[in-house]
Design a binder for this molecule. Structure first.
Ligand code: ADP
Length: 498
């Protein structure tokens, strides 16, 4: 091996390694051309550079041009054609110097052309370093292609990242709590509302059920549910690929509350208008009988006259009862109920109620009993009002009987309370019972448990609200125990009379 060729190889290797180093840090296309120019300056006295790149299938444009580069874009285009034809570097005499045309190739196709205006003669260089230009041409083509791919990946990652951020911001700005679940019920995405809503186990359980349903029926599902005093509206959507389910959840308690208030308002208006209407029947009867007595007073026999009087009295009682209902309602609305405290025997009150419910007991075939070890249970309170509470509890025990059961019963038990100095009265039945979630609500004005049975039974949903108001005024708690299908028990305690 001659010294001459060793020197050429050494130089070649030095160029290759410094060129590789430069390219290592290249992040943009222009960095590659800078690196090429840097290497070329080792060999040539370069006046200026210019780079043309193919941006579409056929279009070419200048991506870099030093000031003072002697040729215009149009003048360069024929050289581009030449480079495409030859697919190798070449030199052309130009003014005082030479034009270097260095194409870069991708899969044998010219994708860019670097043109340099050299002030010296390339002949000498060509003799010893021809391979250097070939290498630069080949290697920069590779790097440019890699950079292009890298940029593409980077661009699509940026686009994806941008899209992800866009959707995330959009989903985070929604009031609905959004969560996405996979087939093994794993949570794969949540928006901010979901995180803020901090769903408890119960809510998550419902969501997971809906997710399973959606996977099973491959359809949208929706559900409205009350959970611990809050109303939620759930909806699911199957997302195509990957196969996941999106669940939206919204707390619609406010809307429900508004609906409830509106409904209450409507019921209230209906109640007042119905009761006012009910006044007409007894009033008309009283008027008609009174008129008959007036007009045929002298000709009426004693028995008929008495019968008329009885009817008038009965109708007056009915009127009084209606009026009391109306008054109770208004007292309930304004919390203006007044108590008249006296000492009275609870047992006697229950017996009085028993007398008044005989017809009802017969009609509904319900047996009634009083259970007590106490001969007397004298307590202190408003006798009439407590009687009203017992009457309400007992009539409810009869009204909400279970027609399916062969034996239907209602009983009142009176016993010493656990708390000293008090007596507890309980009304117990084996009726239909009250669903757990309605237990607190039965004391609300106009609330009636939403079952078909409730609506076949006459009622206004005011009895328990009035009873609660009365017992509240007595500082007495109402205790309810009930099991759907088994029966209910309503109790309260009053202080014994001193
Ligand atoms: P009303 O009987 O006029 O509907 P209440 O205020 O007395 O009104 O009772 C409210 C609701 O509570 C009833 O509509 C019924 O659904 C339920 N309820 C009350 N007492 C009983 C009972 N003993 N058994 C089952 N349900 C009851």
């Amino acid at each position: 091996m001659s010294v001459q060729s060793e020197t050429a190889i050494d130089r070649f290797l030095t160029i290759v390694s410094s060129f590789s180093r430069e390219l290592n840090t290249a992040r943009k296309t222009l960095d590659v051309y800078h690196a090429i120019v840097k290497v070329l300056r080792r060999f040539f006295d370069i006046h200026s550079f210019c780079v043309l790149e193919q941006n579409a299938q056929t279009d070419w444009s200048t991506i870099w041009s030093d000031s003072g580069f002697p040729l215009s874009f149009e003048e360069l285009l024929p050289f581009v054609e030449l480079a495409k034809e030859r697919r190798s570097f070449s030199f052309y005499p130009l003014d005082e110097g030479h034009l270097l045309i260095l194409p870069t190739l991708k899969a044998g196709r010219v994708v860019s052309v670097l043109m340099g205006y050299l002030l010296n003669d390339p002949e000498e260089f060509l003799r010893e370093n021809e391979s250097v230009l070939g290498f630069i041409m080949f290697f920069s083509g590779l790097v440019l292609e890699n950079l292009r791919l890298y940029q593409e990946v980077l661009d699509s990652a940026t686009v994806q990242e941008g899209l992800k951020k866009y959707f995330q911001t959009m989903l985070d700005s929604m009031d609905e709590a959004i969560s996405v679940w996979d087939e093994s019920q794993r949570l794969v995405f949540t928006n901010q509302s979901y995180i803020r809503s901090d769903p408890n186990e119960k809510v998550v359980g419902i969501i997971k059920n809906l997710v399973t349903q959606s996977y099973e029926n491959r359809n949208r599902n929706s559900l409205e549910k009350e959970i611990e005093g809050h109303f939620y509206s759930f909806g699911t959507v199957l997302l195509g690929s990957p196969d996941q389910v999106l669940v939206s959840m919204e707390d619609i308690s406010n809307t429900k509350e508004l609906e409830r208030i509106k409904k209450l308002d409507q019921i209230r208006t209906e109640f007042v208008s119905n009761i006012s209407h009910e006044f007409r029947t007894p009033l008309a009867a009283i008027k008609a009988y009174a008129e008959t007595i007036r007009d045929s007073f002298s000709s009426l026999d004693e028995e008929t006259g008495q019968q008329f009087m009885i009817t008038i009295l009965e109708q007056s009682d009915h009127l009084e009862e209606l009026l009391n209902r109306l008054l109770d309602f208004s007292k309930l609305e304004n919390h203006t109920m007044q108590l008249e405290i006296e000492n009275f025997d609870l047992v006697e009150q229950v017996q009085e109620v028993e007398q008044n419910i005989q017809k009802m007991l017969e009609m509904y075939a319900v047996s009634f009993s009083i259970e007590t070890d106490l001969a007397k249970a004298v307590v202190s309170g408003d006798r009439k009002r407590i009687n009203q509470v017992i009457f309400n509890f007992v009539t409810n025990a009869i009204k909400y009987r279970d027609a399916e059961k062969p034996e239907r019963w209602a009983k009142v038990s009176i016993e010493e309370s656990e708390e000293e100095g008090k007596v507890t009265l309980s009304v117990i039945d084996n009726g239909i019972g009250i669903p757990q979630e309605c237990m607190d609500k039965v004391f609300e004005k106009f609330y009636r448990v939403d079952t078909s049975l409730t609506y076949t039974v006459e009622g206004t949903g005011l009895g328990l609200a009035v009873s609660k108001e009365i017992l509240d005024k007595h500082h007495a708690l109402i205790m309810v125990k009930s099991e759907e299908g088994k029966g209910s028990s309503f109790s309260f305690s009053l202080p014994k009379a001193e």
